[in-house]
Ligand binder design. Structure first.
Ligand code: VGL
Ligand code: ZN
Length: 202
């Protein structure tokens, strides 16, 4: 068992990010048994759930003529346009049925505002609108976070970078993550995480 100051953050292990889903990450379901085991080691377990309204501006379908996996400009910066995924209340937005959810004390839903995407568990993509996770962790005395889940190069990396920026000791267990890897995004995310002091472990 890890000390009570350490939390496990399980990012977006949802049907749409697993094989057969709308934004499937290769082998996204291969990490689940390892994550289930890790939950037993941590007194604090948090799950995140990508949770978009159907009119979300990160969906290519909501931009006339735009193809998925292209870039657009949002007021907060560049934004990848994704296939429609993790729509609130749909099967695709549910956690994968193999994922243990009972050990989690908190589920953070993110990406619910139509006009702004939210990759990170801590802040939306403007890097300033908080999800509340920081306060939750601090008030429970957590100083270190271990991050696992989907996808390494988007929601896991953004969460890890924010955790480090906020002063949490942050570790990403890459063996318990899988990546989208869009135009070199995985290598870029790994470089940024290393530079920010995030520990990358298997
Ligand atoms: C994610 C793209 C869009 C993720 C979420 O969980 O990494 N990626 N929404
Ligand atoms: Zn999303």
């Amino acid at each position: 068992m890890k000390p009570a100051t350490e939390a496990l953050i399980v990012i977006d292990v949802q049907n749409d990010f697993c094989p057969g889903g709308a934004l499937a990450v290769a082998e996204g379901d291969h990490i689940i048994s390892r994550i289930n085991g890790l939950m037993g080691d941590f007194a604090t377990v948090v799950l995140t759930q990508d949770w978009h309204p159907a009119d979300h501006m990160s969906f290519a379908a909501n931009h006339a003529g735009a193809a998925p996996f292209t870039l657009t400009q949002m007021p907060y910066g560049p934004q990848v346009l994704w296939p429609t995924h993790c729509v609130q209340g749909t099967q695709g937005a549910e956690f994968h049925s193999d994922l243990r959810t009972d050990p989690a004390q908190l589920v953070i839903r993110k990406g619910f505002r139509p006009e702004i995407d939210s990759y990170s568990a801590f802040f939306e993509n403007d890097h300033s609108t908080p999800t509340g996770l920081e306060g939750y962790l601090r008030s429970r005395g957590v100083t270190a976070v271990t991050l696992v889940g989907l996808a390494t190069d988007y929601c896991v990396a953004y969460s890890a970078l924010d955790a480090a920026r906020l002063g949490f000791r942050a570790t990403v267990l890459e063996g318990a993550c899988r990546a989208i890897d869009l135009n070199g995004s995985l290598a870029e995310a790994r470089d940024k995480m290393r530079a920010a002091g995030v520990a990358l472990e298997e």
